[in-house]
Structures are given as structure tokens and as C-alpha cells.
Design a protein around this ligand. Structure first.
Ligand code: UT7
Length: 317
């Protein structure tokens, strides 16, 4: 099967920054509680005129421009989201319409919550394998402010809105691996069309999910490194889902891993579910901290419960 390399990213973030102090004006919380438990200081929320789709469109346009390709070169579009504007058309089809992508390519949304970007990357690899085209457009986008109960302090302080897009290119030589897992569970729920099983807003059994997340992260990293015979010398960046700084720190400690290789951005973006991994890569790129040939481990875990790991190579522009 064809390998992929990531050649460019783009972000689409809402303008409104909401700090912990802002949150403390509406629910019984404090910057001290939120920061020490999670590492979060601020998040972005969509405002009037912004939505899952507008963030996705901006991110996709930025990624396509950064990659220096034209929309008709794209062989598939896969969007990871569980907060799309519409159940149908999918976000992927909306992007196809607004970006002028070709009509004969697959376009679909993937719902694997916070692991979505790893699932979407794996799906895109399968599509590109059967395509004559060279490039895949893969997004992680969430408007979590739409599904969070803003009166529930246990959840509303954790999440933020955002989107990011990646352009992958087929590559013979790039190191690539991914694996996915799931264990059906209702420890994280968000009501959809049927509201009978769970209350509608996003709900999470924080303590259980914390335990699961540390274990899943540890397993994903050790499995990826073993399968690909990697040492820490070979890994340039580890980009984990940005749910909680304590989860990442716990895992670094357990693995005795080099802390500086683990990127964190939840301090200013909060937990953006499927968007958190591509947003982190886009920030690394924007800061000039990532160079052609770098190897990244991407680690996702979350609602489903799902998990996944990917080894990807950054190809540069
Ligand atoms: O993205 C999907 C994956 N998600 C995750 O990986 C999240 C995993 N879980 C976590 O990150 C943590 O469990 C949380 C950050 C969600 C919660 O931290 P915790 O240390 O597990 O806190 P807790 O839920 O046990 O709550 C401790 C106390 C409670 O008060 P009592 O019962 O001890 O009096 C809560 O009512 O903190 C209280 N509390 C708050 N206090 C101030 C809960 N939320 C808040 C708040 N401000 N926002």
C-alpha cells in the first residue's frame, strides 16, 4: 500500500479568545483550578458568522496554498468531526463544493471523536492507494462550544473550537505506519438525533477517561516504536491529543521519554477534540520547529472509546 508524507498544514481558528477568568464569570471555577488540573489557560469559541464549516474552509484553503497545489490535484477529502454543521451534506462534501474539488473523488466525514485525525489519515491512505491523484486533504475540525453545556463547570472549561487541515502526498520512501483501536463505551457521550440514551450535551466520566487515556497513550507510543524499531533518537516530535497536560506528563514519566519532544498547546486552545493533533502540527510548522524528513508520532484517544497511533514523515513544502 502507498505511504503518505505530510507536506503542509493550515489552521482555521475562531477569533474570540475566552480565558479562564472569563469562564469564572459564568460558572463557579477559577484559573487556578482549571490550570492546575488541565494545563488550560484559554480557548477559542466561535462567534456570530463562524462555525465548523467556516473554520474548515479557512484551514483547507490555507493548507492548499501552503502546499502549492491546485484543488483539482486532490484525490480525496476526509474530515474528522463530530460537530458538523449538517448531518448531510457532510463537511467533506461542503468543502468539495466550496473549494471546487473534482467530482470523481471520495469525500466523507469520520466520527472517531478525539482520535478522528488518526482515523481520517488512515482512511485517506486507503483512498489514495486506489487513486491516480497524488494528494489527500485531511481535516480535524470541531465546534465544541455548540455541544457543551455552558452551565456545567466540569466540562465547559475543558473544550474549545478550532480546525486544521493537512495535505498528504503519496510517497514511496516516507516512513508511515498507523493503527487504530476502539472499545465500545459510554464514558464520553454527546447526544445526537436520539436523546434517549444520554443527556444531550457533551458528558464525560473524567476520572475513568483519564485512566483510559494514560494507558492508551502509553500503549500507542510503545507499540508504534516497537513496530517500527524506533528509539527516541529517531523521533523528532510526539503530537498527542491535547486533552490535559497531566495525561501527557504522566505518560512521559511512565515512558521515561524526552519531555521536549512532546508538543503541548492546550494552554491557549483547550481540548479541541479531532482538531487538536493537526492544530498542534500546524503550530509546529508555523513556528519553524519542524523540518523536511522529521518523524512524528501522532497519538489520539477519546470518545468511543477510540485510540490510534500514526508514524508520519514531514515532507516540507
Ligand atoms: O478529549 C477526550 C479525552 N478526555 C480526557 O482525556 C479527559 C480526562 N479527564 C480529565 O482530564 C480530568 O478528569 C478532568 C480535568 C476532567 C477533571 O479533573 P479531576 O481531577 O478528575 O477532577 P474531578 O472531576 O474529580 O473533580 C474534583 C473536584 C470536584 O469537587 P469535589 O467533589 O471534590 O468537591 C468537582 O466538583 O473539582 C470540582 N470541579 C471543579 N471545581 C472548580 C469540577 N470541575 C470544576 C471546575 N472548577 N471547573
Amino acid at each position: 500500500m502507498t505511504n503518505l508524507k505530510l507536506i503542509a498544514c493550515g489552521m482555521g481558528l475562531p477569533k474570540k479568545v475566552v480565558t479562564n477568568e472569563d469562564m469564572a464569570k459564568t460558572v463557579d471555577t477559577s484559573d487556578e483550578w482549571i490550570y492546575t488540573r488541565t494545563g488550560i489557560r484559554a480557548r477559542r469559541f466561535c462567534d456570530e458568522g463562524e462555525s465548523n464549516f467556516t473554520m474548515a474552509l479557512e484551514a483547507a484553503k490555507n493548507a492548499i496554498a501552503a502546499a502549492g497545489i491546485t484543488p483539482d490535484e486532490i484525490g480525496c477529502v476526509v474530515c474528522a468531526t463530530f460537530t458538523p454543521d449538517y448531518l448531510t451534506p457532510s463537511l467533506a462534501c461542503l468543502l468539495q463544493l466550496h473549494l471546487g474539488l473534482s467530482e470523481d473523488i471520495p469525500a466523507l466525514d469520520v466520527n472517531s471523536a478525539c482520535t478522528g485525525f488518526i482515523y481520517a489519515t488512515t482512511v485517506a491512505r486507503g483512498f489514495l492507494d486506489q487513486s491516480d491523484r497524488e494528494y489527500a486533504l485531511v481535516l480535524g475540525v470541531e465546534q465544541l462550544s455548540r455541544v457543551v453545556d455552558m452551565t456545567d463547570r466540569a466540562t465547559c472549561v475543558l473544550f474549545g473550537d478550532g480546525g486544521a487541515a493537512a495535505i498528504y502526498k503519496k510517497s514511496e520512501s516516507a516512513a508511515f505506519d498507523s493503527f487504530l483501536g476502539a472499545k465500545g463505551s459510554t464514558e464520553i457521550t454527546c447526544g445526537g438525533i436520539s436523546r434517549e440514551i444520554v443527556p444531550s450535551p457533551l458528558w464525560m466520566n473524567g476520572k475513568e477517561v483519564f485512566r483510559f487515556a494514560v494507558g492508551a497513550m502509553y500503549r500507542c507510543i510503545t507499540d508504534l516504536m516497537e513496530r517500527n524499531q524506533l528509539t527516541w533518537e529517531d523521533v523528532d516530535h510526539v503530537v498527542c491529543h491535547q486533552a490535559n497536560a497531566r495525561i501527557i506528563d504522566r505518560c512521559i514519566h511512565k515512558l521515561k521519554a524526552p519531555e521536549e519532544k512532546f508538543y503541548k498547546n492546550m494552554d491557549h486552545l483547550g481540548n479541541t477534540s479531532a482538531a487538536s493533533i493537526p492544530l498542534a502540527i500546524a503550530e509546529l510548522e508555523e513556528a519553524g520547529r519542524i523540518k523536511a524528513g522529521d518523524k512524528l508520532l501522532l497519538i489520539g484517544f477519546g470518545g468511543g472509546l477510540t485510540w490510534g497511533g500514526a508514524l508520519i514523515t514531514y515532507g516540507g513544502k
